[in-house]
Design a protein around this ligand. Structure first.
Ligand SMILES: [Zn+2]
Length: 129
């Protein structure tokens, strides 16, 4: 079967990110023109529109920007945190803070990334630094 995904540039950036995750890497893009970091994966810089986006290993450190609790029944695993984390490189990402009670996650809390899995898909999660 021919690989058709490469003809869609947007799928290409997403696929490269997912391939990195499957290798245990948390990668984000940096614009070679304006030096801004970009996340979620894109084909054009969100700041200056340049197509010169280069993959870099993320530091994996950041700060909780906003937080809330998703309510689930105990048999469904109980309540879960959902948060926006501002990476030290600048971009914000929607994620979960794990290994802590959802209500104990505070705005401004320092966090570090780890790779988790949900429904067989690798995802970037964070825990308290
Ligand atoms: Zn740029």
């Amino acid at each position: 079967m021919a690989e058709t995904g490469t003809t869609f540039a947007a799928d290409g950036a997403e696929k490269q990110f997912r391939d990195g995750l499957n290798r245990g890497e948390f990668n984000i893009q940096q614009c070679a023109s304006c030096k801004k970091h970009v996340f979620y994966p894109r084909t054009l810089c969100t700041n200056c529109g340049s197509p010169k986006l280069v993959w870099k290993r993320a530091a994996g450190t950041g700060t909780v920007y906003s937080t809330s609790t998703e309510r689930y029944k105990p048999e469904a695993g109980g309540d879960k945190n959902i948060a926006v984390v501002q990476l030290d490189e600048g971009p914000r990402m929607l994620t979960r803070i794990t290994d802590i009670a959802p209500a104990d996650v505070k705005i401004g809390m320092r966090v570090t990334a780890h790779i988790g899995e949900a429904d067989g898909i690798k995802l970037i999660y964070f825990r308290k630094a």
